[in-house]
Design a protein around this ligand. Structure first.
Ligand SMILES: [Zn+2]
Length: 178
């Protein structure tokens, strides 16, 4: 069954090649979410588990509310398309699933200008506690997790999801300059 994923990844690449000049972050996100839906429909236990581990979190997101379309510097759409997708070297069936998760995460998780208090090497991503407006910040590199008061958390009982752009703006959080 695993070869199905690699075949579907090639189909995704073809689709992206066709649309390459018209893509923006919004259309790319929807193409990847459609691809994730195809993966979800594959009837294979291992693939179902991979889907659950990596892509299920991206179901039912309100993309219009969470996709930041301002001047983004923390990723380059051109580089994502060129290096992460079209010229990607995937020889193992798990890779396209993990890659798709990584790209969606990078585009959808707002990267703030707040420096990580734990490693100082990166800026923090902004998340919100599900069904509340309580924000949390997490570092991509060391996974340091802090709340709005700067208190570190080792472990949370609640589930975090992507914060909406309106909430981020209302708290006057600025995008990462790097
Ligand atoms: Zn860090």
């Amino acid at each position: 069954m695993s070869h199905i994923i690699l075949r579907k990844w090639e189909q995704l690449k073809d689709k992206i090649k066709e649309d390459e000049n018209d893509l923006n972050s919004n259309s790319l996100v929807y193409i990847l979410l459609d691809w994730a839906k195809e993966i979800k429909s594959i009837k294979d236990i291992q693939i179902k588990q991979l889907y659950k581990d990596f892509l299920e979190r991206y179901e039912d997101l309100n993309i219009e509310n969470i996709l930041y379309t301002g001047n983004v510097i923390w990723y380059s759409l051109e580089e994502i398309i060129k290096f992460d997708i079209l010229n990607s070297n995937v020889d193992y069936y798990q890779r396209p699933i993990v890659k798709t998760r990584d790209i969606l995460f990078n585009i959808l998780a707002f990267k703030s200008d707040k420096e990580c208090p734990c490693c100082g090497d990166d800026n923090l991503r902004v998340f919100v506690e599900r069904n509340s407006e309580r924000l949390f910040y997490e570092c991509d590199i060391c996974l340091c997790l802090v709340d709005e008061n700067g208190t570190k958390h080792e472990h949370l009982e609640t589930t975090l999801t992507f914060a909406s752009v309106s909430l981020i703006k209302s708290k006057n959080i600025k995008p990462s300059p790097i």
